[in-house]
Write a protein that binds this ligand. Structure first.
Ligand SMILES: Cc1cc2nc3c(=O)[nH]c(=O)nc-3n(C[C@H](O)[C@H](O)[C@H](O)COP(=O)(O)O)c2cc1C
Length: 302
């Protein structure tokens, strides 16, 4: 067995495999399928300061090699999480990471500070693909200034490992990653979903209730891999890679592109035990190739 341990800032992971927010519920839903403590960590549903209903249905659509969603961050709010969900998660022997969303920098910071108070949540992942309500609804994560405003506000009030999740719907993702690093992010994760659309030609209407949605799954993998590679060369902080990872081969590609850890999203809907299979597949590949540690292949491209 190879050594699978990696570090994201001060966060120690027993292996590089985590789950992507919004595709793994609160983890507990998957406990019948996999040992949760066999993961490097899992990232729970997007959490906001106040409860959110999410968007109207339909909010999912299947696409060739992927899916579109416009769930819209449905959740019961951070206080509900702290009181009702956290007690069920706090004794699981892995890193439980909360994905935090908001509609203003203050919103994000307040939500993050409430999670800071929970002893057994060692990190948050900031979803900066949310619309900036006070500034015309454009997502924070699509400009350096928008990304900086959120990371700066959160960094002042959150003291543990801060992972910032980048939007791929930008011209130069390396610039956004550098802006987050400069404001004190401990790590960046990428990619969130790519903006897409599907149309019902009989109804002459978009399939999704709000017209557009986020594309995920194998269709986005080459784009995600390219962005991870670009960002890993642009920043000194560790990069977490995701987007379309379906198996160990895909995961190893992300590690070689420079990701220190990976997240698995859409694949969980197809096979709820995919994460453990990916972990074991990475281990087998390392053994077969005479590698003693997964760290030997991180960013190993010539
Ligand atoms: C149904 C669904 C809900 C999602 N919800 C969130 C969310 O709340 N916060 C977030 O940062 N990303 C969210 N995402 C994006 C995923 O975490 C991930 O970035 C994206 O799906 C790409 O990875 P994948 O191709 O492995 O699914 C969601 C994705 C899906 C499919």
């Amino acid at each position: 067995m190879a050594d699978l341990k990696v570090n994201i800032g001060h966060l120690a992971l027993k292996n590089p495999v985590m789950t992507a927010s919004g595709t793994f519920g609160y983890g507990l839903e998957f406990a019948d399928f996999i040992p949760l403590d066999g993961l490097g960590g899992f990232i729970v549903k997007g959490t906001t300061l106040k409860a959110r209903e999410g968007n109207d249905y339909p909010r999912m659509a299947e696409t060739p090699s992927g899916m579109l969603n416009c769930v819209g961050l449905q959740n019961k709010g951070v206080d509900y999480f702290c009181q009702h969900i956290y007690p069920q998660l706090k004794d699981i022997n892995t890193n439980v990471i909360v994905n935090v969303s908001g509609s203003s920098p203050d919103d994000y910071a307040e939500c993050a500070s409430r999670i800071d108070a929970l002893d057994n949540i060692p990190a948050i992942e900031l979803n900066i693909s949310c619309p900036n309500v006070k500034d015309g609804g454009m997502a924070f994560g699509v400009t350096c200034a928008g990304a900086e405003s959120v990371v700066k506000a959160v960094r002042e009030r959150y003291h543990k490992t801060l992972i910032v999740k980048l939007s791929p719907n930008v011209t130069n993702i390396a610039d956004i990653a550098r802006a987050c690093e400069a404001q004190g992010a401990d790590s960046v994760s990428l990619i969130n979903t790519l903006m897409g659309m599907a149309i019902d030609i009989e109804k002459r209407r978009p399939v999704l209730s709000i017209g557009t949605g986020g594309l995920s799954g194998p269709a986005v993998k080459p784009v995600a891999l390219r962005m991870v590679w670009q960002v890993a060369r642009a920043v000194k902080i560790p990069v977490v890679g995701l987007g379309g990872i379906m198996n160990a081969h895909d995961a190893i590609e992300f590690l070689m592109a420079g990701a220190t850890a990976i997240e698995i999203g859409t694949a969980n809907f197809i096979d709820p035990s995919v994460t453990i299979k990916v972990r074991d597949g990475i281990d087998r590949w390392l053994d077969d190739h005479g590698c003693h540690s997964v760290r030997e292949i991180i960013g190993c491209l010539d």
